[in-house]
Design a protein around this ligand. Sequence first.
Ligand code: PBG
Length: 334
Amino acid sequence: MRPIQAAYPAARFRRVRRTDALRRLTQEHTLSVNDLIWPVFVRDGDGVTEPVASMPGVNRLSIDNVVRAAERAAGLGIPAICLFPYTDPAKKTEACEEAWNPENLANRAIRAIKAAVPEIAVMTDVALDPYNANGHDGIVRDGVILNDETVEALVRMSLAQAEAGADILGPSDMMDGRIGAMRAALESAGHKDVTIMSYSAKYASAFYGPFRDAVGASGALKGDKKTYQMNAANSDEALRLIERDLREGADMVMVKPGMPYLDICQRVKSTFGVPTYAYQVSGEYAMIKAAAQNGWIDGEKVMLESLMAFRRAGCDGVLTYFAPEVATILGARG
Ligand code: PBG
């Protein structure tokens, strides 16, 4: 739809930009605390807050501190928190058994948060990389990432997370058929209401660098993830993956990374009209923080502008390391 406009001087577009009141009245999109999902890094120990060097302001937290962070997030009105474990290298194996250990770090953190802050939605990452001796999201044999064997492992992992009380499972592995397999297993195990947010259009991206440091996977990773994550040059393929995941039982879909892939977000939302999310990933966060620390940009304004861009592109929400900072600012504005 194209609105009919008079020509200049009958039409002066600056009229509606003249005052703050008029700008607010004609504003098309909004950013609210309801749009935020906060990714947090969990590690072993007690009372631990360990800074992630490549992500200023982001820490690895022990479970007691993760619970405190979840309380704070809930207090700020953030609807969901997403857990990423930093696993002890001694627990990483080729078969990735730690991934479905009911007592692994992620599952203990889920239970602790759900016991203390039941109102916040807990999202998990379903992928083998934190538990894999070679850093890949799937099981590797003779240098090949095995699809179907990985899906079986992911199903076990999903069931353990659902059992621990996860509200949203986030498969970020990019194997084929995992959504259908997870959905069927959840249904038959009685976890009919567990939601799946599929990392449907996840690109093989250099923007994940700081994250791999944060979860301790960069040292372990052999090679790259191009045989399962998407080619940055592709766009139609993203729509096929989204459609496939929706048919297999995903409730929500995600595009990742975020800012360099806003065109994909827009196509997904306008094509399918389903709950659509973007992941503003570690490298995007790091770039904004680094430039702000150097005094080269106004960090707070750039952060808010970057998040509004996701809303404009049609996203219903954003996974962002800025979540508590943004929520604090939005809360103070009332
Ligand atoms: C791994 C996973 C990654 C991220 C989320 N889940 C990294 C990867 O695929 O290598 C990246 C998040 C970020 O960079 O903030 N399954």
